[in-house]
Ligand binder design. Sequence first.
Ligand code: NAP
Length: 299
Amino acid sequence: MSNPIGNRKPNYKNKNMNKQKIGWIGLGNMGVPMAKNLLKANYEVTVYNRTKEKEQELINLGAISAASPQEIIQKCDIIFTMLTNDNAVKEVFQNETGLLSKPGIGKLIINMSTISPETSRYLAEISNNHQIEFLDAPVSGSVKPAQDGALIILVGGSVGNYERAKPLFDILGKSSLLLGDIGVGSSAKLAINYFLALNIQGLAETVLFAEKNGVSRENMLTIVNEGACGNGITHIKTPSLLANQYPVAFPLKLLYKDLNLAKNEGLDSPLFKPLFESFLQAKDNGLGDEDVMAIIKNL
Ligand code: NAP
Protein backbone atom coordinates (compact mmCIF):
# COMPACT_ATOMS: atom_id res chain seq x y z
CA MET A 1 0.00 0.00 0.00
CA SER A 2 1.36 3.38 -0.95
CA ASN A 3 2.30 5.78 1.80
CA PRO A 4 1.11 9.41 1.23
CA ILE A 5 4.37 10.76 2.65
CA GLY A 6 6.57 8.43 0.65
CA ASN A 7 8.68 5.95 2.57
CA ARG A 8 8.96 8.07 5.71
CA LYS A 9 6.95 5.96 8.11
CA PRO A 10 6.78 7.35 11.64
CA ASN A 11 9.62 5.89 13.66
CA TYR A 12 8.23 5.62 17.17
CA LYS A 13 11.39 3.95 18.39
CA ASN A 14 13.28 7.15 17.65
CA LYS A 15 10.51 9.52 18.61
CA ASN A 16 12.83 11.28 21.04
CA MET A 17 15.76 11.72 18.71
CA ASN A 18 15.18 15.45 18.35
CA LYS A 19 14.80 16.08 22.04
CA GLN A 20 17.33 18.12 23.93
CA LYS A 21 19.81 16.20 26.08
CA ILE A 22 19.30 17.10 29.71
CA GLY A 23 21.91 17.37 32.48
CA TRP A 24 20.89 17.31 36.14
CA ILE A 25 23.22 18.34 38.96
CA GLY A 26 22.10 17.84 42.56
CA LEU A 27 20.17 14.77 43.61
CA GLY A 28 18.85 15.73 47.04
CA ASN A 29 15.28 15.67 48.33
CA MET A 30 14.09 17.86 45.45
CA GLY A 31 16.50 16.90 42.66
CA VAL A 32 15.66 13.18 42.69
CA PRO A 33 11.90 13.47 42.06
CA MET A 34 12.37 16.33 39.56
CA ALA A 35 14.97 14.47 37.49
CA LYS A 36 12.77 11.36 37.65
CA ASN A 37 9.92 13.28 36.03
CA LEU A 38 12.15 14.24 33.09
CA LEU A 39 13.19 10.59 32.68
CA LYS A 40 9.54 9.52 32.78
CA ALA A 41 8.88 12.03 29.98
CA ASN A 42 11.46 10.12 27.89
CA TYR A 43 14.24 12.66 28.00
CA GLU A 44 17.81 11.45 28.02
CA VAL A 45 19.04 12.64 31.42
CA THR A 46 22.67 12.67 32.52
CA VAL A 47 23.10 13.13 36.26
CA TYR A 48 25.87 14.27 38.55
CA ASN A 49 25.82 14.22 42.34
CA ARG A 50 28.74 14.91 44.65
CA THR A 51 27.84 11.82 46.72
CA LYS A 52 27.75 9.24 43.95
CA GLU A 53 25.52 6.67 45.76
CA LYS A 54 22.58 9.07 45.47
CA GLU A 55 22.72 8.69 41.66
CA GLN A 56 21.87 4.99 41.79
CA GLU A 57 18.07 5.35 41.98
CA LEU A 58 18.11 7.48 38.82
CA ILE A 59 20.58 5.21 37.02
CA ASN A 60 18.25 2.28 37.72
CA LEU A 61 15.55 4.25 35.89
CA GLY A 62 17.77 4.87 32.85
CA ALA A 63 19.78 7.98 33.69
CA ILE A 64 23.42 8.22 32.66
CA SER A 65 26.03 9.05 35.29
CA ALA A 66 28.60 11.81 34.67
CA ALA A 67 31.95 11.97 36.45
CA SER A 68 31.77 15.76 36.87
CA PRO A 69 29.77 18.89 35.97
CA GLN A 70 32.42 19.35 33.26
CA GLU A 71 31.25 16.15 31.55
CA ILE A 72 27.66 17.40 31.78
CA ILE A 73 28.37 20.71 30.01
CA GLN A 74 30.14 18.81 27.24
CA LYS A 75 27.34 16.26 26.69
CA CYS A 76 24.09 18.08 27.44
CA ASP A 77 22.08 20.92 25.85
CA ILE A 78 20.09 22.09 28.88
CA ILE A 79 21.50 21.71 32.37
CA PHE A 80 19.68 22.05 35.69
CA THR A 81 21.28 22.73 39.07
CA MET A 82 19.35 21.89 42.27
CA LEU A 83 21.83 22.41 45.09
CA THR A 84 21.84 23.52 48.72
CA ASN A 85 22.90 27.15 48.63
CA ASP A 86 24.88 29.96 46.96
CA ASN A 87 28.26 28.41 47.72
CA ALA A 88 27.34 24.98 46.40
CA VAL A 89 26.07 26.46 43.13
CA LYS A 90 29.14 28.68 42.73
CA GLU A 91 31.43 25.68 43.28
CA VAL A 92 29.60 23.59 40.69
CA PHE A 93 29.97 26.41 38.17
CA GLN A 94 33.51 27.49 38.95
CA ASN A 95 35.74 24.73 40.29
CA GLU A 96 38.31 23.07 38.04
CA THR A 97 35.89 20.37 36.83
CA GLY A 98 32.91 22.71 37.01
CA LEU A 99 30.31 23.69 34.41
CA LEU A 100 32.38 26.60 33.11
CA SER A 101 35.64 24.65 32.84
CA LYS A 102 34.97 23.57 29.21
CA PRO A 103 33.34 25.36 26.27
CA GLY A 104 29.57 25.17 26.17
CA ILE A 105 28.61 27.81 23.62
CA GLY A 106 24.84 28.14 23.19
CA LYS A 107 23.96 25.77 26.01
CA LEU A 108 21.42 26.75 28.66
CA ILE A 109 21.97 26.38 32.42
CA ILE A 110 18.89 26.67 34.64
CA ASN A 111 19.46 27.14 38.35
CA MET A 112 16.49 25.96 40.42
CA SER A 113 18.21 26.12 43.83
CA THR A 114 17.10 28.90 46.19
CA ILE A 115 19.96 31.39 46.18
CA SER A 116 20.35 35.15 46.48
CA PRO A 117 19.30 37.40 43.58
CA GLU A 118 22.85 38.76 43.60
CA THR A 119 24.39 35.31 43.10
CA SER A 120 21.87 34.64 40.31
CA ARG A 121 23.02 37.78 38.50
CA TYR A 122 26.66 36.82 39.07
CA LEU A 123 26.12 33.31 37.66
CA ALA A 124 24.35 34.76 34.62
CA GLU A 125 27.26 37.12 34.04
CA ILE A 126 29.99 34.48 34.26
CA SER A 127 27.93 32.08 32.11
CA ASN A 128 27.37 34.77 29.47
CA ASN A 129 31.13 35.45 29.46
CA HIS A 130 31.44 31.85 28.22
CA GLN A 131 28.57 32.38 25.72
CA ILE A 132 26.40 30.10 27.84
CA GLU A 133 22.76 31.09 28.50
CA PHE A 134 21.37 31.21 32.05
CA LEU A 135 17.94 31.20 33.70
CA ASP A 136 17.13 31.93 37.34
CA ALA A 137 14.30 29.49 38.15
CA PRO A 138 13.76 28.58 41.81
CA VAL A 139 10.64 26.66 42.74
CA SER A 140 7.75 27.04 45.14
CA GLY A 141 6.54 23.70 46.52
CA SER A 142 8.21 20.90 48.40
CA VAL A 143 8.92 17.20 47.86
CA LYS A 144 5.33 16.10 47.14
CA PRO A 145 4.71 18.75 44.44
CA ALA A 146 8.16 17.87 43.05
CA GLN A 147 7.06 14.21 42.79
CA ASP A 148 3.73 15.18 41.26
CA GLY A 149 5.25 17.60 38.72
CA ALA A 150 3.20 20.32 40.42
CA LEU A 151 5.82 22.89 41.40
CA ILE A 152 5.42 26.60 40.67
CA ILE A 153 8.52 27.76 38.80
CA LEU A 154 9.58 31.38 39.36
CA VAL A 155 11.65 32.50 36.41
CA GLY A 156 13.99 35.43 35.79
CA GLY A 157 15.70 35.81 32.42
CA SER A 158 15.08 36.39 28.73
CA VAL A 159 11.88 35.46 26.89
CA GLY A 160 13.91 33.36 24.42
CA ASN A 161 15.52 31.25 27.15
CA TYR A 162 12.21 30.91 28.97
CA GLU A 163 10.55 29.61 25.81
CA ARG A 164 13.41 27.18 25.28
CA ALA A 165 12.95 25.82 28.81
CA LYS A 166 9.14 25.89 28.84
CA PRO A 167 8.54 22.29 27.64
CA LEU A 168 10.71 21.11 30.56
CA PHE A 169 9.07 23.49 33.04
CA ASP A 170 5.72 22.03 31.94
CA ILE A 171 6.93 18.60 33.08
CA LEU A 172 8.40 19.77 36.38
CA GLY A 173 5.67 22.19 37.42
CA LYS A 174 1.98 22.97 37.25
CA SER A 175 2.90 26.51 36.25
CA SER A 176 5.90 28.64 35.40
CA LEU A 177 5.96 32.41 35.51
CA LEU A 178 8.45 34.65 33.73
CA LEU A 179 8.69 37.44 36.30
CA GLY A 180 11.43 39.71 34.94
CA ASP A 181 15.18 39.84 34.54
CA ILE A 182 17.70 37.47 36.11
CA GLY A 183 17.41 37.71 39.92
CA VAL A 184 13.68 38.46 39.98
CA GLY A 185 12.85 34.73 40.19
CA SER A 186 15.08 34.48 43.27
CA SER A 187 13.47 37.58 44.81
CA ALA A 188 10.01 36.06 44.34
CA LYS A 189 11.21 32.83 45.95
CA LEU A 190 12.51 34.67 49.03
CA ALA A 191 9.18 36.52 49.34
CA ILE A 192 7.06 33.35 49.18
CA ASN A 193 9.33 31.59 51.68
CA TYR A 194 8.89 34.51 54.09
CA PHE A 195 5.15 33.90 53.83
CA LEU A 196 5.73 30.17 54.33
CA ALA A 197 7.73 30.82 57.51
CA LEU A 198 4.97 33.13 58.82
CA ASN A 199 2.43 30.36 58.21
CA ILE A 200 4.53 27.70 59.92
CA GLN A 201 5.32 29.87 62.94
CA GLY A 202 1.70 31.10 63.14
CA LEU A 203 0.27 27.58 63.00
CA ALA A 204 2.64 26.34 65.72
CA GLU A 205 1.86 29.30 68.03
CA THR A 206 -1.91 28.97 67.46
CA VAL A 207 -1.95 25.26 68.29
CA LEU A 208 0.15 25.76 71.44
CA PHE A 209 -1.97 28.69 72.65
CA ALA A 210 -5.15 26.66 72.13
CA GLU A 211 -3.73 23.60 73.92
CA LYS A 212 -2.65 25.72 76.87
CA ASN A 213 -6.25 26.88 77.24
CA GLY A 214 -7.91 23.49 77.03
CA VAL A 215 -8.56 23.10 73.28
CA SER A 216 -7.11 19.83 71.97
CA ARG A 217 -4.63 19.97 69.12
CA GLU A 218 -6.95 17.87 66.98
CA ASN A 219 -9.92 20.17 67.54
CA MET A 220 -7.87 23.30 66.93
CA LEU A 221 -6.53 21.92 63.65
CA THR A 222 -10.07 21.05 62.57
CA ILE A 223 -11.14 24.64 63.30
CA VAL A 224 -8.21 25.98 61.26
CA ASN A 225 -8.61 23.62 58.33
CA GLU A 226 -12.42 23.81 58.05
CA GLY A 227 -12.44 27.60 58.15
CA ALA A 228 -11.13 30.48 56.10
CA CYS A 229 -7.71 30.30 57.78
CA GLY A 230 -6.99 26.82 56.44
CA ASN A 231 -4.60 26.67 53.51
CA GLY A 232 -2.29 24.25 51.68
CA ILE A 233 0.35 24.45 54.38
CA THR A 234 -2.03 23.95 57.32
CA HIS A 235 -3.49 20.88 55.59
CA ILE A 236 -0.07 19.42 54.69
CA LYS A 237 1.35 19.91 58.18
CA THR A 238 -1.70 18.65 60.12
CA PRO A 239 -0.72 14.92 60.14
CA SER A 240 2.75 15.65 61.51
CA LEU A 241 1.36 18.00 64.18
CA LEU A 242 -1.14 15.33 65.27
CA ALA A 243 1.57 12.64 65.42
CA ASN A 244 4.04 15.14 66.92
CA GLN A 245 6.61 13.73 64.47
CA TYR A 246 8.25 15.82 61.82
CA PRO A 247 9.69 13.67 59.00
CA VAL A 248 11.66 16.00 56.78
CA ALA A 249 10.05 17.45 53.66
CA PHE A 250 11.71 20.86 53.81
CA PRO A 251 14.52 20.98 56.40
CA LEU A 252 14.31 23.82 58.91
CA LYS A 253 17.92 24.81 58.20
CA LEU A 254 17.04 25.53 54.55
CA LEU A 255 14.11 27.77 55.51
CA TYR A 256 16.44 29.56 57.93
CA LYS A 257 18.91 29.96 55.03
CA ASP A 258 16.16 31.58 52.93
CA LEU A 259 15.14 33.95 55.75
CA ASN A 260 18.77 34.94 56.05
CA LEU A 261 18.90 35.63 52.29
CA ALA A 262 15.73 37.74 52.62
CA LYS A 263 17.33 39.64 55.51
CA ASN A 264 20.36 40.36 53.31
CA GLU A 265 17.95 41.67 50.66
CA GLY A 266 16.63 44.22 53.16
CA LEU A 267 13.58 42.52 54.68
CA ASP A 268 13.16 44.12 58.12
CA SER A 269 9.39 44.34 58.61
CA PRO A 270 7.87 44.12 62.14
CA LEU A 271 7.04 40.41 61.96
CA PHE A 272 10.27 39.46 60.24
CA LYS A 273 12.62 40.19 63.13
CA PRO A 274 11.08 37.86 65.76
CA LEU A 275 10.41 35.26 63.06
CA PHE A 276 14.05 35.24 62.04
CA GLU A 277 15.16 34.93 65.69
CA SER A 278 12.78 32.01 66.20
CA PHE A 279 14.18 30.03 63.26
CA LEU A 280 17.77 30.93 64.17
CA GLN A 281 17.22 29.67 67.71
CA ALA A 282 15.54 26.46 66.53
CA LYS A 283 18.44 25.76 64.17
CA ASP A 284 20.99 26.45 66.91
CA ASN A 285 19.05 24.14 69.23
CA GLY A 286 19.65 21.21 66.87
CA LEU A 287 16.37 21.19 64.88
CA GLY A 288 17.97 22.15 61.53
CA ASP A 289 17.73 18.70 59.97
CA GLU A 290 14.10 18.19 60.98
CA ASP A 291 11.14 19.47 58.99
CA VAL A 292 10.23 23.16 59.21
CA MET A 293 7.18 22.25 61.31
CA ALA A 294 9.54 21.08 64.08
CA ILE A 295 9.72 24.79 64.97
CA ILE A 296 6.88 23.91 67.38
CA LYS A 297 9.36 21.97 69.54
CA ASN A 298 11.28 25.17 70.14
CA LEU A 299 8.33 27.30 71.20
P1 NAP B 1 19.24 18.60 49.82
O1 NAP B 1 18.36 17.41 49.92
O2 NAP B 1 20.03 19.02 50.99
O3 NAP B 1 20.21 18.38 48.55
C1 NAP B 1 21.23 19.28 48.29
C2 NAP B 1 22.04 18.85 47.08
O4 NAP B 1 23.13 19.77 46.91
C3 NAP B 1 22.69 17.45 47.24
O5 NAP B 1 22.66 16.84 45.98
C4 NAP B 1 24.12 17.80 47.66
O6 NAP B 1 25.07 16.82 47.33
C5 NAP B 1 24.34 19.03 46.80
N1 NAP B 1 25.48 19.83 47.26
C6 NAP B 1 25.56 20.56 48.40
N2 NAP B 1 26.76 21.20 48.47
C7 NAP B 1 27.43 20.87 47.34
C8 NAP B 1 28.69 21.22 46.81
N3 NAP B 1 29.51 22.05 47.47
N4 NAP B 1 29.06 20.69 45.62
C9 NAP B 1 28.25 19.85 44.96
N5 NAP B 1 27.03 19.48 45.39
C10 NAP B 1 26.62 19.99 46.57
O7 NAP B 1 18.39 19.90 49.39
P2 NAP B 1 16.96 19.97 48.67
O8 NAP B 1 15.89 19.87 49.70
O9 NAP B 1 16.95 19.07 47.49
O10 NAP B 1 16.97 21.50 48.19
C11 NAP B 1 17.74 21.94 47.08
C12 NAP B 1 17.46 23.43 46.88
O11 NAP B 1 16.06 23.63 46.63
C13 NAP B 1 17.81 24.32 48.08
O12 NAP B 1 18.31 25.55 47.61
C14 NAP B 1 16.47 24.50 48.77
O13 NAP B 1 16.43 25.71 49.52
C15 NAP B 1 15.52 24.53 47.60
N6 NAP B 1 14.16 24.06 47.88
C16 NAP B 1 13.93 23.00 48.70
C17 NAP B 1 12.62 22.60 48.94
C18 NAP B 1 12.31 21.44 49.84
O14 NAP B 1 11.15 21.28 50.21
N7 NAP B 1 13.26 20.59 50.19
C19 NAP B 1 11.55 23.26 48.32
C20 NAP B 1 11.82 24.32 47.45
C21 NAP B 1 13.14 24.71 47.24
P3 NAP B 1 25.41 15.61 48.36
O15 NAP B 1 24.36 14.58 48.10
O16 NAP B 1 26.77 15.19 48.01
O17 NAP B 1 25.31 16.21 49.75
